[in-house]
Design a protein around this ligand. Structure first.
Ligand SMILES: N=CN[C@@H](CCC(=O)O)C(=O)O
Ligand SMILES: [Zn+2]
Length: 431
C-alpha cells in the first residue's frame, strides 16, 4: 500500500507562507505583511500529501509528534534553508525560433522598439522564424527554457502563443505549450495571443476579423474536442498594432468562449486600454507603463490585476509603470518576466530585484507580486501562490540567512536556490 504522504521538508529556519488565511491576493499595505514562520530553535516543516497538496505546516517538533515518519515517502532536511512558495511568472512568450541579439545591438545604438517593429523586425522577425520551425524543434527549445525557469524557482508560468499570427501557426504554438503542460514538472497557464501583431499584407481590421471569425472559433472547437486547453485571451493593444475597438472586440470574443481576459495595454502609448480592460472585467492587464490616473482608478475598482514587467522598461529604457501609485490606490500588482526575444530573462529572482530598484517596490511587495498576486492574475490563487494547507506543494528551498537574500543578491539565484519542488516532487536539485 502506498504511503499517505509524498514529502516532508523539515527543520527549515524560515518558511515564508505569504498568507495563512486563504487570501486570494494582497493589496496596498497588506503586501508588506507577509506571514513568515521563524524563531523556533527546532525549525519548521511542511508535509505534502500523496496528491501533491500541502497537508500541514508547523514547527518541526509539532509535525514530528503528529505524524509517523513511516507514512512519508521522502524526507528532506532543510537545516540552514528558507522555504518560499514556488514563483509564479505571470507573463511570458516562451515559444519561438531565432534570437534577436542583433536587434538588441540596434536598440543599444538608439533604435526604438517600434522603429524595429515597423521595419519588419521585432515580433515580425520572430513570427517568420517561428512559422518555419517545426513542432519538435519548438518543443525542445520550450522545454529547455522551462527547465531554466524552474531552476530559478518558477513553478507556475503563463505561456503565450503569438508568433504564429495565422490559424495554422497559432495552433501549432498552442499545441507545443499544451504538450509541455501535459508533461508536467511545472504548472502552465496557456494564453492565446493571435493578435500580437498585424501580419504583413493585412490591415489591423482584417487581422481582427480573422482572429474573431476564424481563429477563435477553431480554437473553441479544439478545446471542446479536448485537444487543447486554453486559459486566457490576449491582444497587443498599441498604437500601430490593434486599436482600442479592435482589442475590445477580440477580448470579448475570447471571453465568449470562456477565456480569461489578460492582455498587453498602455505599454508605449496611452490608449485608455486600462479603462477598457476594467470595463470588460479583465482578469489582468500587463505592462501599463503609460497608464493614467483614471486607468489606475478603473483597475482598482474592477479588481483587474496589473502585471508589471520590469525587464521591458529596463531593456527598452522606458519609464517604468507607476507601481507606487497603483499600490497606494488599491490595484492588485503582480510580476512577470516577460520572457521573449526582446527581453531575454527567465529568472523571477532577478525580476524581483529589478522591481525593487526600478519600480520602488519593497522586497515583501515584490515577493507577493511574484507569488500570490501573480497566481491571482492567472485565476489560480485558490491553489497556488502561498504555502497553506490545501494548496499545491510548490516550493523553493534557498540556502541563505533569510529569504530576502534571494532578491538582494542579484544574479546569484543559481547559487542560492538549493532545490525546487513541484507538487511534492523535486524538479531541480543543486548538489
Ligand atoms: N509588447 C508586446 N509583446 C512583448 C514583446 C514581444 C516581442 O517583442 O517579441 C512584450 O510583452 O514585451
Ligand atoms: Zn508580452
Amino acid at each position: 500500500m502506498s504511503r499517505p504522504y509524498k514529502l516532508l521538508v523539515e527543520r527549515a529556519h524560515q518558511i515564508v507562507q505569504i498568507s495563512n488565511t486563504r487570501q486570494r491576493f494582497l493589496k496596498g499595505k497588506e503586501m508588506n505583511d507577509l506571514v513568515v514562520l521563524q524563531g523556533d530553535k527546532g525549525g519548521y516543516s511542511i508535509l505534502v500529501n500523496r496528491d501533491g497538496f500541502i497537508a500541514d505546516v508547523d514547527t518541526s517538533e509539532v509535525i514530528s509528534a503528529k505524524y509517523d515518519i513511516c507514512d512519508v515517502d521522502v524526507v528532506i532536511d532543510a537545516t540552514g534553508q528558507c522555504i518560499l512558495p514556488g514563483f509564479v511568472d505571470a507573463h511570458t512568450h516562451p515559444v519561438w525560433a531565432g534570437d534577436r541579439v542583433y536587434e538588441f545591438a540596434m536598440k543599444l545604438a538608439g533604435a526604438t522598439y517600434m522603429d524595429i517593429h515597423k521595419m519588419g523586425g521585432g515580433i515580425h522577425f520572430t513570427a517568420s522564424q517561428t512559422r518555419q520551425a517545426d513542432k519538435e524543434g519548438l518543443f525542445a527549445s520550450l522545454r529547455d527554457r522551462l527547465a531554466q525557469m524552474v531552476q530559478s524557482g518558477t513553478t507556475l508560468v503563463e505561456c503565450k502563443s503569438g508568433y504564429g499570427l495565422d490559424l495554422e501557426n497559432e495552433v501549432k504554438m498552442l499545441k507545443v505549450i499544451e504538450r509541455a503542460r501535459k508533461e508536467g514538472g511545472v504548472d502552465i497557464s496557456i494564453t492565446y495571443c493571435g493578435a500580437h501583431a498585424v501580419p504583413a499584407g493585412q490591415t489591423a481590421q482584417e487581422a481582427t476579423d480573422d482572429v474573431i471569425r476564424n481563429q477563435i472559433p477553431h480554437i473553441r472547437r479544439l478545446m471542446e474536442a479536448g485537444e487543447l486547453q486554453v486559459d486566457n485571451i490576449d491582444v497587443f493593444c498599441e498604437l500601430g498594432v490593434f486599436d482600442l475597438n479592435q482589442s475590445r472586440d477580440i477580448l470579448k470574443a475570447g471571453k465568449d468562449i470562456g477565456l480569461q481576459i489578460n492582455f498587453h495595454g498602455e505599454e508605449l502609448h496611452r490608449l485608455n486600454s486600462a479603462e477598457m480592460g476594467a470595463e470588460l472585467q479583465a482578469h489582468a492587464i500587463s505592462h501599463l507603463e503609460e497608464i493614467s490616473e483614471s486607468g489606475i482608478e478603473a483597475m482598482a475598482s474592477s479588481g483587474s490585476v496589473a502585471v508589471v514587467l520590469p525587464t521591458t522598461a529596463y531593456t527598452l529604457r522606458l519609464k517604468p509603470p507607476p507601481v507606487r501609485a497603483m499600490i497606494d490606490s488599491g490595484v492588485t500588482v503582480a510580476l512577470g518576466s516577460d520572457y521573449n526575444p526582446n527581453a531575454h530573462c527567465l529568472a523571477m529572482p532577478l525580476v524581483m530585484n529589478l522591481a525593487c530598484v526600478t519600480m520602488k517596490m519593497s522586497m515583501p511587495e515584490a515577493l507577493v507580486a511574484a507569488t500570490l498576486n501573480a497566481a491571482h492574475a492567472l485565476g489560480k490563487s485558490e491553489s497556488h501562490g502561498s504555502l497553506e494547507v490545501g494548496k499545491v506543494g510548490n516550493m523553493v528551498l534557498v540556502t541563505a540567512p533569510s529569504w530576502e537574500h534571494l532578491i538582494y543578491q542579484m544574479g546569484s539565484h543559481n547559487n542560492l536556490i538549493r532545490r525546487v519542488i513541484w507538487r511534492g516532487q523535486t524538479v531541480y536539485h543543486k548538489h
